[in-house]
Design a protein around this ligand. Structure first.
Ligand code: COA
Length: 334
């Protein structure tokens, strides 16, 4: 029997990341700006979190707007114009009903594509990447846009110094297509998990408008939670920690990233971070950091990447993939 092409064999077929797009709001809010109205300082915020500024969307800009721009940029980065599936990972959908993804698909000229939202808070991008990759590997679809987009400014109390200093707005997206596990860009292995006992640590409580966070308790769980997830995905991928060329973790706190890297035995120069400029952008965090790493020349074709996220739920997740060499496309919005 003649063999089907290698990318058609179920055991070998996997998602390959072929495009990367990002979008950030134009307005920058510095720590000094926040210190004008809150009892805080640049020194405290920068020293405790690594954040110097964040981007905040203009009134009237929606999660869908940022998601559409980032996804359009991911399509351009991949040099593609069509796609079978659109997944938007977000905690701040445009409406409670319907999902944001069908409107994003329509705005991109992709009406007819399967489209749904996914809610896993700051782990949302990794959850969505895993879901879409599994659908490609199963043959359910041949291509997918995986978008992480959040407007935390809409759910953050501007008078709460415990949260207003942390979060920023933004969106990042990747374009996936069917390929083989040996292709550069192959999405190789995933680890996902949750612990609902921690559901009150980061929450918009029923009837409340704003997010509340027990930051210290989240911090204490994030470090072992991310480390253990990273170790599980490395084991599944058959990699040792020293095989990892770049660690792209959820940008929640620079000290969390440094502690996880230390526990994994990864040198500092392999930790990709852009938290200083954008803060914690929730589901957008990992694709934005990835694009930053590529632009800085610290992520190059063939590199082995470890993505690890942690967030509300509690949820966590990791992905092992190689880098295709895709060049990120970026845009700015009001
Ligand atoms: N400016 C100045 N002081 C502040 C402050 C601010 N913005 N926020 C809190 N403080 C004060 C507290 O009131 C407290 O004062 P006290 O000692 O007099 O009571 C002191 O600083 C220490 O507060 P604490 O909350 O223990 O600080 P921390 O070192 O844990 O840092 C976070 C706070 C939020 C930066 C940190 O806990 C964190 O990053 N946690 C993880 C959050 C996270 O990752 N969330 C998203 C997950 S997706």
């Amino acid at each position: 029997m003649p063999q089907p092409p290698s990318d058609q064999r179920p055991s070998d077929r996997c998602a390959v990341l072929a495009g990367l797009g990002t979008c950030l709001p134009e307005r920058t809010v510095t720590n000094d700006d926040l210190a004008e109205r809150l009892d805080t300082s640049h020194e405290w915020i920068h020293g405790r979190t690594g954040i110097a500024s964040r981007r905040i969307a203009a009134e009237g800009t929606s999660t869908g707007d940022l998601a559409t721009a980032a996804a359009g940029n991911a399509l351009a980065s991949a040099g593609r114009t069509s796609c079978d599936l659109v997944v938007v990972a977000t905690t701040t959908p445009d409406r409670a009903c319907p999902a944001t993804a069908p409107a994003v698909a329509r705005a991109l000229g992709l009406s007819g594509a399967a489209a749904f939202d996914l809610a896993a808070v700051c782990s949302g991008f990794v959850y969505a990447l895993s879901t879409a990759s599994a659908m490609i590997a199963a043959g359910t679809c041949r291509s997918a846009l995986v978008i992480g987009a959040d407007l935390y400014s809409t759910i953050t109390d501007p008078d709460d110094r415990g949260t207003a200093i942390i979060f920023g707005d933004g969106a990042g997206a990747v374009f996936l297509e069917s390929g083989s596990r040996t292709d550069p860009g192959a999405v190789l292995h995933h680890d996902l998990g949750s612990d609902g006992d921690g559901r009150d640590l980061i929450t918009v409580a029923p009837g409340e408008r704003y997010l509340s966070m027990r930051g210290r308790e989240v911090y204490v769980q994030a470090v072992p939670g991310m480390t253990d997830s990273a170790l599980r995905v490395l084991k599944g991928a058959g990699w040792d920690a020293e095989d990892v060329d770049a660690f792209v973790g959820h940008q929640a706190n620079i000290r969390i990233l440094a502690s996880v890297a230390k526990r994994l035995g990864l040198p500092e120069e392999r930790v990709i971070t852009n938290i200083e400029e954008v803060g914690n952008t929730a589901a957008a965090s990992i694709p934005l950091a990835l694009a930053h790493g590529v632009r800085e020349g610290r992520v190059t074709r063939g590199d082995r990447l470890l993505l690890t996220a942690f967030g509300g739920g509690l949820t966590w997740g990791s992905t092992a993939l190689t880098w295709s060499g895709a060049q990120p496309v970026h845009s700015v919005r009001g």
